[in-house]
Design a protein around this ligand. Structure first.
Ligand code: GLC
Ligand code: GLC
Length: 741
């Protein structure tokens, strides 16, 4: 079943009913001001950091779902409705949401009145524009009232949802003309405020949520809207909101547009105040003036379209398969850009308050956007490398605001260093900009330790070269790519973090997956060394790689597939002798991509085993048989119910590895078959099973062991976007950037 359709000419997905299985969202903004917007106008906005500068309030995991957004209520007579259906859920005569590249258009019609809401963040500005165009499609004059509604967040999203004993007393606003200013904490340590304005004189306002909603009500039935008139409330503490009232009369056929601007303003310390207690509004007024007319908004939209045309002109395909074309040319690249902007911070599954940027995640994301914005890829590589430790290991995460490594989680994820080589190789292949290798880059953000980037790569490789276990395979540390395979953790206490419990480095547990990476990215490192006239060193790296290849084909080979690991007791993980978890997907994909066993037959055998044992109609599951018991020696992987997440879910990120691997052994058709199984456009027809957005990838689809086989979760922010783009563009379509061109 479908809940909409693709409009490829417009590069939009068109949702035709508000009753989708889950909120289907889009992202607005590409630089500093960002908004999440669902197909019913839910979501929130933030400036740069979704935790520390949250502008509007959102309630995750709330009921009803997707509560809070920028809502526009229309009251005509006794009928109250929203163009996006939520939150009143009044039945509409027509509903449509078009999610496009950096904008969304939501249209609702009721009783001959059409309301078209266009939402976008202009390129180069710190605001969201909501243009509401009202058209009288009936043959009689219409008079009605529009109420806008946003709820402000008191900036720090965690504090905002926890520290009520303080927050209920701090909220402050100002209202001047048609503009509502949210200025909580501006009086003391903040230099920023938010504004919500409309380009017309207003007939009333409210800034107190309690006044607007009324006692014991919700945003589904605000008292003010029911009464048809604002109370001009001024919030003192509690929950500040922004509500405008605009009375409208339209003749038959007549239209009127209302342009709302939700903005973020920073003032220098000595320009904070216009008068004692009165904020300096100069910049806010200038912002409002930039979007006061339809012509200005149209021009800003044109700039946004030009921005995306430019980005998407770098790589395009024209084939006989419209689904392939739409994914390659539009949606997959779009998701890669969103992942670049957001990392894993803010989605409908990532609360924007948790982890910062992942070292390995960011390096892999880069593979999907380096061709789109090479200059920012360069900057990103240098930022990431600067968090590396002098011994070549890496902080697992770092904070985007400070760009410093995150001490809470620390280091010890032994695949991390090698992903840096992957990112740099991809950058060099795309740009040929070898100057990046000479760029001095800090270690652990300490300038006194700075070394050329090439030295960082050397230490990345060196770290794995010097951290091998009993079989000569790389030590796994806390985990490798699979964050849930925690072989040194041994956690038996509820709530303990699997990621940080136990020693960060055990002397025994080894990873065959990292061994595959060592070969693949070791070879890439050797190529980089050759290209920079370090020929002897390149030969030494290749000798290391050859030795590892041999080790993988002996200690890492199980007879019909590659083993996954050795645990802290030296027992095999992912072998026929295991009771559960006999075969894993990751080493099959990575080892074959690295070329291991391609000439000697093991590669083809391993991929056949994947097909026989792991493949399902919705994609390839991570392992089989699923773990049904908690294995202390394996960690988080066995904590998930069978078929979910890393415990035999279809973890979409590693499906493209197998698809890439199939092309390495010449099985192009099989590669494309794998590609299609998880590819959104090809599974649009089962949206009622899949449930997440049919235009982007999700992190995970429930595997065959799960009761909800085929159901996706965690859409948008996943390494799947980058890897499927690498798969389709480089391996399936075959355009491979190499150091030679
Ligand atoms: C808060 C604190 C309390 C303190 C009071 C006055 O209620 O919990 O410890 O005495 O504020 O500052
Ligand atoms: C999540 C993490 C990623 C990890 C993957 C598999 O997507 O962000 O770093 O590789 O899970 O565990």
């Amino acid at each position: 079943m479908k809940f909409g359709h693709f409009d490829d000419d417009a590069r939009e997905y068109v949702i035709t009913t508000p009753r989708t299985p889950l909120p289907w969202i889009n992202y607005l903004g590409s630089e500093a001001f960002f908004s999440l917007v669902s197909h019913t106008a839910g979501g929130y906005s933030f400036y740069k950091d979704a935790k520390l500068r949250r502008i509007t309030r959102y309630r995750y995991n709330n009921v009803p779902a997707d509560s809070n957004g920028r809502y526009y209520y229309i009251k005509e007579g006794s009928t109250i409705w929203n163009p996006g259906w939520q939150p009143t859920q009044t039945e509409l005569d027509f509903y449509e949401c078009r999610h496009g590249l950096g904008y969304s258009i939501i249209t609702g019609k009721k009783n001959g009145l059409a309301a078209r809401l266009e939402l976008f963040v202009p390129v180069g500005d710190n605001c969201e524009i909501d243009r509401l165009v009202l058209t009288n499609e009936s043959d009689v004059p219409k008079s009605f009232t529009v109420f806008s509604y946003v709820e402000f967040c008191l900036w720090n999203a965690v504090d905002d949802s926890t520290n009520f004993q303080r927050n209920f007393s701090t909220g402050e606003v100002e209202v001047e003309g048609s503009t509502i200013y949210h200025k909580t904490e501006y009086r003391e340590r903040r230099d920023h405020y938010a504004l919500f304005t409309v380009n017309t004189p207003i007939d009333g306002f409210d800034t107190s949520r309690d006044a607007f909603l009324g006692a014991w009500r919700s945003n589904a039935n605000p008292e003010v809207v029911e009464n048809g008139r604002c109370t001009n409330s001024v919030a003192h503490g509690w929950a500040p909101v922004g509500v405008h009232q605009v009375n409208v009369t339209l003749q038959p056929g007549e239209s009127r547009s209302l342009i709302f601007v939700l903005g973020y303003i920073e003032n220098p310390e000595d320009e904070k105040w216009a008068a004692p207690g009165v904020i300096n509004k100069t910049r806010a007024q200038a912002m409002a003036a930039r979007y006061a007319t339809d012509a200005q908004v149209d021009a800003a939209l044109a700039r946004l379209h030009a921005h995306w045309n430019n980005l998407l002109s770098t790589y395009a395909v024209r084939s006989s398969d419209e689904k392939l074309d739409r994914m390659v040319n539009i949606w997959n690249q779009y998701q890669c850009m969103v992942t670049f902007n957001m990392s894993r911070s803010a989605s409908y599954y990532e609360s924007g308050t948790g982890r910062g940027m992942g070292f390995r995640d960011s390096c892999q994301d880069l593979l999907g956007f380096v061709h789109l914005i090479p200059a920012r890829a360069r900057e990103r590589i240098l930022d990431i490398a600067a968090t590396q430790f002098p011994d070549g290991s890496a902080y697992h995460q770092y904070q985007p605001l400070t760009k410093k490594g995150n001490m809470d989680i620390g280091s010890g994820f032994n695949d991390d260093p090698l992903w840096l080589i992957a990112a740099v190789y991809a950058y060099l292949g795309e740009t040929g900009d070898y100057s990046i290798l000479d760029e001095p880059v800090d270690f652990d953000n300490d300038h006194s330790l700075a070394q050329p980037l090439l030295e960082h790569l050397r230490r990345s490789f060196g770290y794995l070269r010097t951290h091998k276990g009993p079989h000569g395979l790389p030590l796994i540390g806390r985990a490798d790519w699979n964050d849930c395979l925690n072989l040194n953790c041994f956690s038996d206490t509820p709530g303990e973090s699997f990621q940080t419990t136990g020693p960060s480095e055990g002397p025994v547990a080894e990873s065959v997956f990292i061994a595959g990476m060592y070969v693949k990215y070791g070879n890439e490192f050797a190529e980089i060394l050759d290209s920079t006239a370090h020929t002897d060193e390149a030969a030494a790296v290749r000798a290391e790689v050859a030795e590892m290849e041999h080790t993988v084909l002996t200690a890492g080979w199980d007879g019909s597939w590659f083993r996954r690991a050795y645990d802290a007791y030296g027992h095999v993980v992912g072998g026929q002798e295991c009771e559960e978890g006999q075969i894993f997907i990751e080493p099959q994909g990575m080892c074959v991509m690295a070329g291991i066993g391609v000439n000697t037959g093991e590669a083809v055998t391993a991929l056949q085993s994947v097909k026989d044992k792991l493949d399902t109609k919705y994609g390839i599951v991570l392992l089989q048989p699923a773990y049904t018991k908690y294995h202390l020696e394996l960690g988080e992987i066995s904590s998930y119910p069978p078929g979910y997440k890393e415990n035999a879910g279809i973890f979409c990120h590693n499906n493209p590895w197998v698809s890439c691997a199939e092309t390495v052994v010449g099985h192009g058709d099989r590669a494309f078959e794998i590609y299609k199984k998880t590819c959104p456009a090809y599974i649009e027809d089962i949206s009622e099973i899949h449930r997440t957005e049919p235009y982007v990838y999700s992190q995970m689809v429930a595997g065959c062991d799960a009761a909800t086989f085929g159901e996706a979760k965690n859409s948008w922010l996943t390494g799947t976007a980058a890897w499927t783009f690498v798969d389709v563009s480089q391996y399936i379509l075959g355009i491979q950037p190499t150091l030679a061109g």
